[in-house]
Design a protein around this ligand. Structure first.
Ligand code: C2E
Ligand code: MG
Ligand code: MG
Ligand code: MG
Length: 288
């Protein structure tokens, strides 16, 4: 009895494993194909300046339509990392962001800055490759100041590639750096001292519970105060309600990003968004 049970569960598990491997291989091949043929796309989420009451910054967020389905970057970025596809994916994202930005500037939208996300695994291993991102920006006739690179706390950890040299290099050229999802990683305040940063983005999880949870409000307030005393700008992520906007404004937050103002939109919708925002100054929510 035990023997037959053992055998059937063995074949059951090999079948499962087989399916899982098959699925992974298919996803790998499909993702590689999609990157190579520029079948991924970008959506852009406005980042609103509270002080100036205007929008010039947009975060580029990668999108993948796989067959009938839209797959979330939260799912396929880790796949790209696992399958060594993160470098070509990152190249696609930066080049596509530059291409779209160039078009918008030609239409007269000169002040736009695009925020581009970078995974820690995209940070070059050797200093020889440090100029690759800048070369790409230059290739599109843009200036480094037109791009802000968003990195998470793991990219700042010591001994992680040559991040310190890279960030100094990018900033010396005029690009800006944002620390993404602040508060969720293994942050050490020492990194913030060591790495030159322009923006700190407070993670959505703190903002979501701010209204109900007094501790989260204290944390948000403290992060804002700390960031500002360090001479950096602070962005609140995942802002969905007017109450959150008002609280953040009171706390002196510089920038707001979230569904309250807009979901990520197509590049072609950016001009209308900017025009309507400055004209009406009321929240405008577009479909993702
Ligand atoms: P992230 O950089 O923190 O981007 C913000 C995410 O929060 C986006 O999800 C955005 O759609 C979502 N979001 C913005 N406002 C709100 C809100 O008010 N409420 C809620 N519930 N969500 C909001 P998305 O586009 O699914 O991206 C998820 C993550 O995938 C990003 O987090 C980023 O870490 C990564 N990612 C996206 N694009 C790229 C890319 O081009 N390269 C790399 N390396 N990572 C990327
Ligand atoms: Mg980001
Ligand atoms: Mg973020
Ligand atoms: Mg996030």
């Amino acid at each position: 009895h035990a023997k037959s049970l053992g055998r059937s569960s063995y074949s059951y598990y090999t079948q499962e494993l087989d399916n899982a491997i098959r699925y992974q291989l298919k996803m790998k091949a499909d993702l590689a194909y999609a990157i190579k043929h520029r079948q991924l796309s970008l959506a852009f989420q406005p980042i609103v300046s509270l002080a100036e009451n205007k929008v010039t910054k947009f975060e580029a967020l990668v999108r993948w339509q796989h067959g009938e389905q839209w797959i979330s970057p939260a799912e396929f970025i880790p796949l790209a990392e696992q399958f060594s596809l993160i470098k070509p994916l990152g190249e696609f994202v930066l080049s596509e962001a530059c291409r779209q930005l160039k078009k918008l500037k030609a239409k007269g939208y000169q002040d736009i800055v695009f925020n581009v996300n970078r995974s820690v695994n995209e940070i070059p291993l050797s200093a020889n490759e440090n100029d690759e991102w800048l070369l790409m920006i230059d290739m599109y006739g843009l200036s480094p100041a037109d791009i802000c690179f968003e990195l998470t706390e793991s990219a700042l950890a010591p001994d992680k590639r040559n991040s310190e040299v890279l960030f100094n290099n990018l900033r010396a050229a005029g690009a800006t750096i944002a620390l993404d999802d602040f508060g969720t990683g293994y942050s050490s305040l020492a990194y913030i001292r060591r790495i030159p940063l322009d923006y700190i983005k407070i993670d959505r999880s703190f903002i979501t519970d701010m209204s109900e949870n007094p501790d989260d409000k204290i944390l948000v307030s403290t992060i804002i105060a700390m960031t500002k005393s360090l001479g950096k700008k602070v962005v609140a992520e995942g802002v969905e309600t007017i109450e959150q906007v008002e609280q953040l404004q009171q706390l002196g937050c510089d920038y707001i990003q979230g569904f309250y103002y807009s979901k990520p939109i197509a590049a072609s919708d950016i001009p209308a968004f900017i025009d309507n925002f400055s004209m009406l100054n009321v929240p405008c929510v577009s479909a993702e």
